[in-house]
Design a binder for this molecule. Structure first.
Ligand SMILES: [Zn+2]
Length: 454
């Protein structure tokens, strides 16, 4: 009962307007009507991912009439009064009435609302929200499936691929919320002949970033983001792009991509031994932060930049020492160096562990082909990202911890794994009648849900 109560109350607390937003999803240019109300079908689609079914067919088996409460509970969620359930083909048909724009707008409404509620503020870096950029492969075919596929030769075989570049907003407690997505398409990989796979990948991602970031600026003009990115973005093209937007960045610094800058860094660091902060943690971890004065950088096109550098050497007893370095446009000094390293630099690991990894290696099943339609699979991708926002708010919020504590346990003891939270939610949806007071907007408004990093 706990998982479903937390799910319902979390949704109502953060997104009291959600059903109204869902009503506005369909592309109004499509005239043909669906039998089921839009908000009901949108919930049907979101639950495919919230409940982590792994494939569309599972909707028919998991949300079937054997579960006596499926329909009444769905009617409560969507505030509808339907007498029959749809099947998975109904969802596919419905998604034909929506396009990416509708779902993108819904995602923006949700993220804007979380920003206005200041729910994510503890993760800010020097007062600025942190955006993680990360690309991944999504689907792979042995024959061309649309004109936009990226192609890759393997011996005498050609693979047809789709990649995406995600901008994820960093929240507290390891939350990473999809804020915008840019699909990497074959126009990005043109003139690939004779170039290394790495060079083509770089080119593709940077071109996608050049479309993605100005669009985010338009959607969120009030926010001054810090972009947390890997070494691929350590170049003048990216520094100039971020400078034009009046944002900042923290980029992984390594020798290979910018050797001259690395040499300058290594030469300057010993000249300022006073620029050091040491931190000893209760668990025996020791961190040493160092930074040199500003570095001058001229890129291959002759553009001049000044950047700050910082490093962290972390020693864990019996595990050894790890070394990290970053470049940033933020001011680095005694008061800021740790915060930049932790929130701007090491937070990148989270997008890898909590983001695409989780989405691929769970019932979210990111790499599953939910639709072979050349355009519609993108709608499924967005649906997954939006559902994953709800999943993370459910799992990471203080409400789940509080209700588990009332049961005398912590979340780990009560559920064992994240997969089991989804499983409990499904059982409850099928067999238990969800209580009316969970849906009470006045109660949801009064509630306090925080995301602690502890
Ligand atoms: Zn394609």
């Amino acid at each position: 009962m706990i998982a479903s109560r937390v799910f319902v109350q979390t949704v109502h607390h953060f997104f009291p307007q959600l059903n109204t937003w869902l009503d506005r999803l369909p592309d109004t240019r499509v005239q043909e009507a669906c039998t089921y109300p839009t908000r009901f079908l949108a919930w049907w689609g979101l639950l495919l991912y919230v409940l982590q079914f792994g494939s569309r067919r599972q909707l028919d088996f998991q949300l079937n009439t054997d579960g006596p409460q499926v329909l009444p509970n769905l009617n409560r969620l969507a505030q509808t009064q339907l007498a029959t359930r749809p099947v998975h083909d109904t969802l596919d048909h419905f998604l034909r009435h929506t396009d990416c724009k509708g779902w993108e707008k819904l995602r923006t409404q949700m993220v804007q609302r979380l920003i206005r509620m200041k729910a994510l503020d503890p993760a800010r870096l020097l007062g600025r929200p942190v955006l993680l950029l990360d690309a991944t492969g999504l689907i792979c075919f042995h024959r061309r499936h649309c004109p936009h596929c990226l192609t890759q030769r393997h011996g005498n075989k050609t693979l047809y691929l789709h990649h995406v570049l995600e901008a994820k907003l960093l929240g507290p407690a390891g939350i990473v919320l999809s804020l915008d997505s840019e699909f990497i398409e074959n126009a990005d990989a043109q003139a690939a002949a004779g170039r290394s796979a790495d060079a083509v990948k770089q080119d593709c991602e940077l071109k996608a970033a050049a479309r993605l970031l100005p669009r985010i600026k338009k959607t969120y003009p009030q926010l001054s983001f810090v972009l947390s990115v890997d070494n691929l973005y350590c170049c003048g093209t990216f520094f100039a792009l971020v400078g034009d937007l009046n944002w900042s960045f923290v980029v992984t610094f390594k020798e290979g991509r910018t050797p001259a800058l690395w040499r300058e860094y290594q030469a300057l660091l010993p000249q300022c031994p006073e620029n050091v902060v040491k931190r000893l943690w209760g668990d025996g971890r020791e961190q040493i932060f160092r930074w040199p004065p500003q570095l001058d950088y001229q890129d291959s096109e002759g553009r001049d930049f000044t950047v700050n550098a910082l490093e962290c050497t972390e020693t864990v007893k019996e595990k050894g020492t790890q070394y990290f370095a970053w470049l940033t446009a933020l001011p680095v000094g005694r008061k800021t160096v740790e915060e930049i390293a932790e929130k701007g630099g090491r937070s990148r690991w989270k997008v890898e562990n909590e983001g695409f990894n989780r989405q691929k290696n769970s019932g979210l099943n990111l790499e599953h082909v939910y639709s072979t339609d050349p355009e519609k699979w993108k709608v499924y991708y967005l649906l997954l990202q939006i559902a994953f926002v709800l999943v993370q708010l459910l799992e990471r919020g203080s409400l789940l911890r509080r209700l588990a504590a009332e049961w005398g346990q912590n979340v780990g003891q009560l559920f064992g794994s994240l997969k089991n939270i989804a499983q409990r939610l499904l059982e409850s949806l099928r067999y238990l009648s969800w209580e009316g007071e969970w849906f009470d907007p006045a109660q949801a408004r009064k509630m306090r849900i925080t995301f602690d990093t502890s």
